[in-house]
Design a binder for this molecule. Structure first.
Ligand code: UT7
Length: 401
């Protein structure tokens, strides 16, 4: 059972899966056929001629197809828990309104000396520990976040904190609540097409820092958290990303965003006396701006379509999937999508009541709870989907373990 802090009783199986990264540059592509990716390596070299090429080229990968699998997960949440009743003391709302309209009862908020980076590092360490994996063997860290503590990127700092001596490539993916699904698919693409072997995908957000705490329409929804998954290269038969389906629509972006404030420039006079719009003043971002009803309509329309499309690409139907795990935004959205896809309630993973909408962290946080509580077992299939600002949305059919 999950407890309020998000960590659990049954011991977690430890799986030692440590694949050494290969070095070498190769040209490759991959194609999708009958639900499986087949990687095609194109090399100008002649088979068996390795002894005539340079040491790095001699280590060209031999695989012609490759899969990737999810082998470890972890999560971390801030200590401060804020209930609906707490919020009712600062805005005109009630526990009843929030729980009926959203399903949310509590959320965690970063406070004091806590940082998003530290939550991400904690989640990452737990994922690596579950897989019994040495951080020095990571060759890529993808930090999916829209709220980094340094706008130029958080991933390299996470790499440093994890103490990865081989300094693997580390960069951020900014796609709000779709971030984790995009990170997962990006990890697979790096593995299948780019020669990477051990990829840490972190979803972490501190949306509480962008919320207007006087706006009852948004402040009740969000919480802070981090979740992480270790994705590893494997043989095609063991592939754990069965299919995916991704979309963006900039037209709908106006319904949800954190735009930069319109800053006035200093009115500097040019040499001919004309006014120059220069230099720009230091800019800042606004708080979250959201048309909740539009986002709600978008989610219940587009998410089922996307999952159906991903299921079709994998050659599967909803009835054959073990779990539905959606971005945790609103229980009414989760219920509507489950009904549309005919997923029974007992196959739907939800921890929204405890944490609210934690943006890019919501899927790995819920996955981690479900794995550690023994709900999701190795071999189980999961239909997962993220959706949110951009607008972006997408789904993936994955197999755990
Ligand atoms: O990751 C994606 C992020 N965003 C989302 O997923 C948001 C999706 N949208 C939603 O979850 C819902 O639209 C909300 C929960 C944001 C709002 O629920 P709703 O059922 O769409 O409510 P509403 O905006 O239509 O507002 C209904 C009434 C309004 O009052 P009147 O005009 O009917 O008198 C609001 O002013 O509820 C009022 N209201 C509240 N009342 C008490 C809005 N927020 C609150 C509140 N407490 N916190």
């Amino acid at each position: 059972m999950a407890n309020a802090s998000g960590f659990f009783s049954p011991p977690v199986p430890r799986m030692r899966r440590n694949i050494q990264p290969s070095i070498g540059i190769f040209r490759s592509g991959f194609c999708f056929s009958e639900g499986n990716f087949r990687r095609v390596v194109c090399s100008s070299g002649i088979e068996g001629a390795e002894k005539h090429v340079s040491p790095s080229e001699s280590r060209l990968p031999k695989l012609v197809s490759k899969g990737c699998k999810l082998v470890g997960c972890g999560s971390a949440v801030p200590a401060l828990s804020v209930s609906n009743d707490d919020l009712a003391k600062i805005v005109d709302t009630s526990d009843q309104w929030i729980s009926v309209r959203t399903g949310i009862r509590n959320r965690r908020v970063i406070s004091g000396k806590e940082s998003l980076k530290n939550l991400a590092v904690q989640a990452a360490r737990k994922a690596l520990e579950m897989a019994d994996f040495d951080p020095n063997d990571l060759d890529l860290i993808l930090m999916c976040t829209s709220t980094p503590e340094d706008l130029f990127g958080a991933a390299p700092q996470v790499q440093r904190e994890l103490g990865c001596r081989k300094t693997p490539l580390a960069y951020d993916i900014t796609a709000a609540c779709s971030g984790f699904v995009l990170g997962l698919v990006s990890a697979a693409c790096h593995i299948r097409g780019g020669g990477f072997h051990n990829v840490l995908v972190i979803g972490a957000d501190g949306i509480s820092r962008l919320v207007d705490w006087t706006d009852r329409g948004t402040c009740i929804l969000f919480g802070d958290a981090a979740g992480a998954v270790l994705v590893q290269a494997c043989d095609a038969e063991e592939d754990g990303l069965l299919s995916f389906d991704l979309h963006s629509d900039g037209e709908g972006g106006r319904h949800l965003g954190v735009p930069i404030n319109d800053n006035k420039t200093s009115d500097l006079l040019g040499s001919n006396g004309s006014v120059l719009d220069f230099p720009p003043k230091r800019s800042s971002y606004s708080c979250i701006q959201m048309n909740g009803q539009e986002v709600f309509r978008f989610a219940v329309r587009c998410v089922p379509q996307s999952i159906e499309s991903a299921l079709g690409k994998a050659g599967l139907v909803a009835a054959s999937i073990d779990w539905l795990l959606l971005h945790q935004a609103n229980q009414r959205i989760i219920d509507a999508v489950a009904t549309r896809l005919e997923f029974p309630q007992e196959k739907v993973i939800s921890n929204l009541a405890n944490y609210g909408n934690t943006s890019a962290a919501s899927i790995p946080l819920a996955l981690d709870e479900a794995v550690r509580s023994g709900k999701v077992k190795p071999g189980h299939t999961i239909a997962t989907a993220g959706f949110g600002a951009g607008l972006t949305w997408g789904s993936a059919i994955i197999r755990w373990g």
